[in-house]
Design a protein around this ligand. Structure first.
Ligand SMILES: *Cc1c(COP(=O)(O)O)cnc(C)c1O
Length: 233
């Protein structure tokens, strides 16, 4: 099978799962945006996916993302989402090529992205990443739910950032459904002050059905489309 056929098959399988999950929860597939997470895979895969109709890709490491996006310059309809933990000193560089940064979990990062976006003359979409771990949030990606309103306000006030909504990863080894239900509550809380912040980015290869059942608007799917990643880390 050619790589193109493999990717087409992966995409078709994921789209079928999305349709089934939508049917089960009374939603329409066109309420959901699929982000293909291309991390660890070559730009040629992202290129084939774009050819197959994918409009959003997700990357989680700055260096790799920057090189890939440069190789994909001809795909100007592709929206690039940065979904990984982001060091403050890399924020300005990411603001040069990302369209949306989904992993904003602290005020210093809001400031750094605003400065980077301003310098680049770009407007950046931002999601506040929420930690859904019940226990302590120390050292984990994502802001504690009670910190999210403050971060959302800071993003909304930054002139070159646009607050789009929230993002989360389900906690490891726990039922994702209650976690995604909590995320929806956090999203609703933000929407009281920021009605346009409608994005709920939740759901990956293993748990996209639970995310759809609990109101996700954006799915970040890697391995179910592209195959298993080489285990470099
Ligand atoms: C890698 C990654 C994904 C995709 O994971 P899969 O299990 O391969 O679908 C989604 N979100 C984030 C934040 C990731 O780092």
């Amino acid at each position: 099978m050619s790589r193109r056929d493999e990717l087409a098959a992966g995409l078709a399988a994921v789209r079928a799962r999305v349709e089934q999950a939508c049917a089960a929860s009374g939603r329409r597939p066109d309420e959901l945006e699929l982000i293909a997470v291309t991390k660890f895979f070559p730009a040629s895969d992202a290129d084939l996916l774009a050819e197959l109709g994918v409009r959003h890709i997700g990357e989680n490491r700055h260096q790799e993302a920057a090189e890939k996006v440069a190789a994909l310059r001809h795909r100007d309809q592709l929206t690039v989402h940065f979904i990984g933990q982001l060091q403050t000193n890399k924020a300005a560089a990411v603001a040069m090529y990302a369209d949306v940064v989904q992993s904003v979990d602290r005020l210093r990062l809001v400031d750094a992205l605003q400065r980077g976006a301003h310098r680049a003359g770009r407007r950046l979409g931002v999601l506040v990443q929420v930690s859904l771990d019940e226990a302590d949030h120390e050292g984990r990606a994502g802001a504690a739910p009670e910190e999210v309103p403050l971060l959302a306000d800071a993003v909304a006030q930054a002139p070159d950032l646009e607050l789009l909504g929230v993002m989360a990863v389900a906690p490891l080894g726990a039922d994702p459904a209650p976690a995604f239900a909590r995320l929806r509550e956090v999203a609703r809380g933000i929407q009281e002050d920021h009605p346009d912040a409608t994005w709920v980015s939740a759901g990956m290869s293993a748990d996209l059905e639970a995310a759809i059942a609990h109101g996700a608007t954006h799915l970040r799917v890697g391995s179910a489309i592209l195959g298993s990643r080489p285990s470099l880390r």
